[in-house]
Ligand binder design. Structure first.
Ligand code: FES
Length: 75
């Protein structure tokens, strides 16, 4: 289900997450530059921060789960 994060710019959580995954967005400042999020009334700032943080956490967990574990030396 799609949720609008920024009403002023009509930016959804899916769009914001995609910008984190594919566009290199890592914080609110970068989201503002890329999408205009929180650039007008600013009411979406906290929600946008939360969405960005959750997506970064999800990426970190996925990355940690898929990376090969280092070999343990016998001895
Ligand atoms: S709701 Fe995002 S700037 Fe107004």
């Amino acid at each position: 289900m799609r949720m609008i994060v920024c009403v002023c710019q009509n930016v959804s959580d899916k769009t914001l997450c995609r910008m984190v995954r594919e566009g290199g967005v890592r914080n609110l400042r970068e989201a503002r530059a890329a999408l205009g999020v929180a650039a007008q009334c600013g009411r979406c700032a906290e929600c946008a921060r939360a969405v960005i943080g959750a997506e970064l956490d999800r990426q970190a967990r996925t990355c940690a789960a898929t990376q090969p574990r280092p070999a343990i030396a016998a001895g």
